[in-house]
Design a protein around this ligand. Structure first.
Ligand SMILES: Nc1nc2c(c(=O)[nH]1)N[C@H]1C(S)=C(S)[C@@H](COP(=O)(O)O)O[C@H]1N2
Ligand SMILES: [Mo]
Length: 183
């Protein structure tokens, strides 16, 4: 009886200490595997809400980039993104078709990029579609010809023309939401 209680206690302790393991998922040594996303939803003020897998993203116009330094908001050098491939946020939003019937609707629109760990960054519609920054905003899915690793994959995003590129390098991208300010 005591033995039985002991083994149940040990099992419970194991499950509590290894939540992802208990749920049957493989967990990377650094614990980021649970954040990995395999599709991104495009939602909000769009005519066609989408759920795009890596294969779906591969069907859009591929854009390859060679070398983007990653600089944190603090100024710290976080390394660089090299030889990565993706598509522009512009193309994704064009596919979803932003709903903006009023002449001034787009001017008060924001695009929220959300990650599975709760991280969020915003863009304005104008920034994406009417500024040079927009040309460099990419949703990417491949690095050095390989799928993105657990540390940021399988889908991530980066605004390559930002002065400090770290903050809008969104790891584990999960959603792209278009919203119009109501006031
Ligand atoms: N999903 C997600 N992406 C993120 C972050 C985060 O907390 N969550 N931090 C950002 C910041 S501020 C930086 S500088 C870079 C590098 O963060 P790291 O050192 O944690 O890899 O990732 C960016 N992307
Ligand atoms: Mo950062």
């Amino acid at each position: 009886m005591i033995k039985l209680i002991r083994s149940i206690t040990a099992l419970l302790a194991f499950a509590l200490l290894n939540p992802a393991g208990a749920a049957g998922h493989a967990e990377a040594a650094d614990g980021t595997a649970r954040f990995v996303t395999t599709s991104v939803s495009v939602k909000g003020a769009v005519e066609h809400p989408l759920t795009l897998s890596v294969d779906d993203l591969r069907k859009l116009s591929p854009m390859a980039m060679d070398n983007v330094p990653l600089i944190c908001q603090s100024g710290a050098n976080m390394g660089k993104l090299e030889h990565f491939k993706g598509v522009t946020l512009r193309e994704i939003l064009d596919k979803a078709v932003v709903v903006a019937p009023g002449h001034n609707d787009t001017k008060k629109m924001i695009i929220i990029a959300g990650a599975s760990d709760g991280y969020k960054v915003v863009y304005s519609w104008t920034e994406v579609f009417n500024s040079p920054v927009g040309e460099g905003v990419m949703v990417f899915y491949e690095k050095d010809g390989q799928p993105l690793g657990d540390d940021e994959g399988r889908i991530a995003m980066v605004s390559t023309k930002d002065l400090r590129t770290g903050p809008r390098h969104v790891k584990w991208l999960q959603s792209i939401e278009v919203r119009q300010l109501s006031d």
